[in-house]
Design a protein around this ligand. Structure first.
Ligand code: PMP
Ligand code: GLU
Length: 377
């Protein structure tokens, strides 16, 4: 048989998913593995959201829905984006997808022509590069300032005539760093000076610890050239619901929707009713989960200090991103084999020498995991 797609052959499997699958296999074999390798809230989805979905199923909401999503959900998203993020937004500027990941992929397809360059700021989440590659674009990696994980003007050196898109992710997966106003202004200036589109992945916006989150599209001149990506997975503990969205100009949204119409059609209908309940229902659940993450964060960072490990600014998300001695892949593999703790190596984020520890696990399991790690360090 002739080889399968050369495009897919060039793409690395998702490290976060592969390591977590490996941890699951070890657990199934009876090994007590503590999995801190995937970025997934360990909380249950709040009950009022689950109830809304069950009621939708009982009502028979099991059919096709409008392509961009249920109008009530779209209106709720447009309202949230205008009120909370300071981005003027009408309902025809929203398309709901199957998770933020799906919306990011569709955006790459909608924006990039074959051979267009898209800049990724490292350390970067595992799926940006593959989404660009599948869309026929060329990923161009650029390191954030190693001292503070911010953007500096060396970014200009990566701009060419082919640069079409820059991806920013704040709060960041894996580093937890939040981009400052100055960093985002620099990105905004570069985008406007060189006619570049920005994809701003804001999936962790609600998980911030003492710092303020800014939306790139709220910067003057950025509204029409930014695609804001967000979703329900992290803020409402809804990872399995596969619900996310893209917000941008009508023109860009219509292109993203064209990709969606021919691939997923729309997200699962009854899942979208959960999304409506999430946005329109009580918001205290977000603060309760955030406060618990903050407690765990303090604990994990204190243990890192005791172990003498330095870490990136953990201002947001739920990751402690720590620098290790030696080869990060070997260190992560040793922690898994010897301590039975699964973490993700920094090389997966194009950033060797670092390890990402997700603290989206119970305090009890975190304590146990850090004791085990200390014993093999
Ligand atoms: N962006 C980042 C930075 C993430 O960490 C994740 C988590 N997988 C996603 C997007 C995708 O989230 P979703 O579950 O909504 O697809
Ligand atoms: N965003 C999470 C992570 O980085 C979930 C897994 C994934 O989609 O990559 O672990």
């Amino acid at each position: 048989m002739r080889p399968l797609s050369t495009k897919i052959a060039a793409i690395a499997p998702s490290a976060t998913i592969e390591i977590t699958d490996q941890a699951r296999k070890m657990q199934a074999a009876g090994i007590d593995v503590i999995s801190l390798s995937i970025g997934e809230p360990d909380f249950q989805t709040p009950a009022h959201i689950t109830e809304a979905c069950i009621n939708a199923l009982r009502r028979g909401e099991t059919h096709y829905a409008p392509g961009k999503g249920i109008p009530e959900l779209i209106s709720a998203i447009a309202e949230k984006i205008a009120q909370e993020n300071g981005i003027p937004c009408s309902p025809d500027q929203v398309v709901v997808g199957c998770g933020a990941k799906n919306s990011i992929y569709e955006t790459c397809e909608a924006v990039l022509s074959t051979g267009d360059e898209a800049i990724i700021l490292d350390p970067s989440w595992v799926s940006y590069e593959p989404c660009i590659q599948i869309a026929g674009g060329i990923p161009v990696h650029h390191p954030l300032d190693p001292g503070n994980f911010q953007v500096n003007d060396t970014l200009l050196e990566k701009i060419t005539k082919k640069t079409r898109m820059i991806i920013v992710n704040s709060p960041s997966n894996p580093s937890g760093a939040i981009l400052s106003r100055e960093s985002l202004q620099l990105v905004a200036d570069i985008c406007q000076d060189h006619d570049i589109i920005a994809l701003s992945d804001e999936i962790y916006e609600k998980l911030v610890y003492g710092k303020r989150h800014y939306s790139l599209a709220s910067f003057p001149g950025m509204e029409d050239r930014t695609i804001t990506i967000n979703g329900f997975s992290k803020a409402y503990a809804m990872t399995g619901w596969r619900l996310g969205y893209a917000v941008s100009s009508k023109e860009i949204i219509n292109y993203i929707n064209r990709v969606q119409q021919h691939t997923i059609s729309h997200p699962t209908t009854f899942s979208m009713y959960g999304g409506i309940a999430a946005l329109k229902g009580p918001q205290q659940c977000i603060e309760d989960m955030r406060a618990e993450f903050e407690r765990r964060r303090s604990f994990v960072l204190r243990r890192m200090d005791e172990l003498g490990l330095s870490y990136a600014p953990a201002d947001g998300a739920f990751y402690a991103y720590v620098q290790v001695n030696g080869n990060d892949k070997e260190v992560a593999s040793r922690w898994l084999k010897e301590a039975h703790v699964a973490v993700t190596h920094g090389s997966a984020f194009n950033h060797p020498g670092w390890i990402r520890i997700s603290y989206a696990a119970s305090m009890e399991r975190l304590k146990e995991a850090l004791d085990r790690i200390s014993s093999v360090l």
